[in-house]
Design a protein around this ligand. Sequence first.
Ligand SMILES: Cc1ncc(COP(=O)(O)O)c(C=O)c1O
Length: 400
Amino acid sequence: MSAETPLPFYKPLIAREEITQLVEAVESGWLTTGPKTLEFEAAIARYVGSQFAVGVNSCTAAMHLALVAMGIGLGDAVITSPITFPATANVIEHCGARPVFIDVEPDTLLLDVAALEKFLAAPERKGIDADRVKAILPVHFAGQPCDMDMIFALASQYGLAVIEDSAHALGAEFQGCKVGSDYGLGFQGPWASCFSFYATKNITAGEGGMLTTNAPQLMEQVAVLRLHGISRDAWKRYQVAGYQHYEVLFPGYKYNMFDLQAALALPQLSHIDEWQQRRQAYTDLYNQGFANIEGLQPIQVKPNRRSAYHLYVVMADRARLGVSRDELLNRIAAAGIGVGVHFRSLTVQKFYREKYGFQEGDFPVAERASDQVLSLPLYPAMHERDVDRVIRTVRQVLGV
Ligand SMILES: Cc1ncc(COP(=O)(O)O)c(C=O)c1O
């Protein structure tokens, strides 16, 4: 790519095989949920090491259904991270529950488990009735798994469910086990992991999501809830001998994954490990390229885990760089390089700030991150020379 050609923030790698499978799915005449979705579900369960996987139309839907299936509702409280996409907290609101934000660690921007432990020991101190705290919804930010042994241990101790926001984390590992599995930690409470196949994710269906779990009952409930709460998948209704009447078991949702999504995403799974290696190699190059810039600090990956390297996030410290994050974003974008912000804390967003009366200083780490985080292009369709160009551009616009 020449210096003049814009480098987008993200570009998917869609190969001939994906297109062939998509065309085959279209030509099969079965466009909605059907055999391709089943095949993709089985492939994801195998890949992550879960017993079940249920395809839905987004990670948002997967998280919402997990909460509903676990019985979380009006007046309940669900603990989550403020450094995330709005979907994570919005689904809690959709259930009539309230998100309880716990601040993040400064070096990883993952839920701070020490702060979580402190909160759980006395939720009343934050005005929350201990009996209403029902679940923890940790976010594997940028593809790095949270401290899952501590999270499961605390969930066991306090009788909480765990719903993982794994939107960024397909392929990531905690202590050698893939996100989407139970990490061999033997957690006995309700548990599910929720993935995204949104356009920019490590593998993509354009839009799409998946819930993994080891609990047959939870899997069944989610499978029913994703399609209007009716007792049988539509595609089975027409395929067994004789017409099968369905029963409405719950007023469910229209959240099912359909076969065209599965056909597009499924072949990408065979590349995920190689793509992840490339993402990691580019992350290492970025880290080296920025190593001696005072005030530009990449997020860290902890030693007992492997990130999916979904995003390359740096924190730009205005005091030390002499330029604000927003000014830096504008300068990089003006030089033809796509940039992003992942994420401004949900505690500074209008709805959450006003509804829960958050004040400046309530979430110091997340608030600082809100002003400092900046994401640079990171995807396998890039080449090393693109990474070099981004490094050169960032240095140039900073004058270092
Ligand atoms: C951390 C996080 N959680 C959840 C979601 C929602 O995923 P989806 O768009 O598949 O609903 C996203 C989407 O980008 C995300 O970044």
